[in-house]
Design a protein around this ligand. Structure first.
Ligand code: ADP
Ligand code: MG
Length: 206
């Protein structure tokens, strides 16, 4: 399973690097225009690290991703994503992956982000893509959906959550300095979170 996890992170890195300009444009509207630059710098380093090392355990691999992001991304997003993946490294299964594991991974990522950033849903941050995605997984579990379908629903919820940040006023992070003027723009962090969730789902379900 380590190979699979490595493939997923290599793909996430490619997607973030491909979207460097887009994420930077979004951050130029309501922040300081560095989100794409920060994220692609971090994920370039993740690619380098993962391709030059072998990992016996998923937990070690994900921990490496987390530490790399913490030390290279910078900005608000670096420590937030880093802490999220550090928490994920503690719960990621080494063998069987099921909906319970997906929920636990999502919840641990949210806990990490909230511990560091103290944001709630509705404050126009990355949590507005991630929290609905994890909520959707819990609903799919209740409905006994197949893992594949549950993951597709999760991806849709993340996309809707990302789009729902457009009318929101930011009350956390740099965008909050704009007050009312932060309305009408999609949050860059919610966008990178959607891209990450989308890539994970597409890689697992392909
Ligand atoms: P900076 O704002 O320091 O330039 P980035 O541009 O890399 O950092 O990241 C900005 C993104 O970080 C925002 O779009 C938002 O989604 C996310 N963010 C900022 N503050 C918080 C927070 N307290 N909790 C969760 N996410 C946050
Ligand atoms: Mg920024």
């Amino acid at each position: 399973m380590t190979e699979k996890i490595k493939d997923i992170f290599m793909k996430i890195s490619d997607v973030i690097i491909e979207n460097k300009k887009y994420l930077t444009e979004l951050d130029s509207a309501i922040g300081d225009g560095d989100h794409g630059i920060n994220m692609s710098r971090g994920f370039k380093k993740v690619k380098e690290k993962l391709s030059s090392n072998d990992y016996e355990k998923n937990s070690d691999l994900v921990k490496t991703v987390a530490m790399t992001l913490i030390s290279t991304v910078g900005g608000a997003a670096g420590p937030l994503y880093g802490t999220a993946f550090l928490n994920v490294s503690k719960v990621i299964p080494e063998a069987e992956f099921d909906i319970d594991a997906a929920i636990e991974i999502g919840e641990s990522a949210i806990n990490g982000i909230q511990k560091r950033g103290k944001a709630e849903q509705g404050e126009k941050t990355m949590l507005d893509a991630i929290m609905p995605a994890v909520e959707s997984l819990r609903e799919s579990k209740e409905k006994n959906l197949e893992l594949k379908d549950a993951l597709e629903e999760c991806k849709k919820a993340a996309e809707e959550g990302m789009k729902a940040t457009i009318p929101m006023q930011a009350t956390k992070g740099r965008a909050s300095y704009l007050g009312e003027r932060s309305k009408g723009h999609q949050d860059p962090g919610a966008t990178s979170s959607y891209l990450i969730i989308k890539t994970i789902v597409d890689e697992i379900n392909k």
